[in-house]
Design a binder for this molecule. Structure first.
Ligand code: FES
Length: 107
């Protein structure tokens, strides 16, 4: 089972065992990770699942599609080069150890 590490707003880290095929957002919600709001439930329509992906993993991710790129334009916190939407990152075995940082705000 791949493990995802979430760095929270207070600097602490939560490790969640994720099922391959689920999203970074879904695992955050299941694990009650504070700071991932996911108001639209994963339909790429709210941008409240914004995360900063660790540099080491960023290049392993497929690039965002047009819809995700549009939503990344309206994230509440600072948008960074490694910004992605958690609902659009599908967990695979290759992403074991994936580390994402939760931004300061989602709204
Ligand atoms: S959960 Fe709404 S855009 Fe990801």
């Amino acid at each position: 089972m791949p493990t995802i590490h979430y760095i929270l707003q207070d600097g602490s880290t939560r490790a969640i065992d994720a099922k391959a095929g689920t999203s970074v957002m879904e695992n955050a919600i299941r694990g009650n990770v504070r700071g991932i709001d996911a108001e639209c439930g994963g339909s790429c329509a709210c941008a409240t699942c914004h995360v900063y992906v660790d540099d080491a993993f960023f290049a392993l991710l497929p690039p965002p599609d047009d819809m995700e790129r549009e939503m990344l334009e309206v994230v509440a916190a600072e948008r960074r080069p490694t910004s992605r939407l958690g609902c659009q990152i599908t967990v695979t075995a290759a992403l074991d150890g994936l580390t994402v940082r939760v931004p300061d705000t989602q709204s």
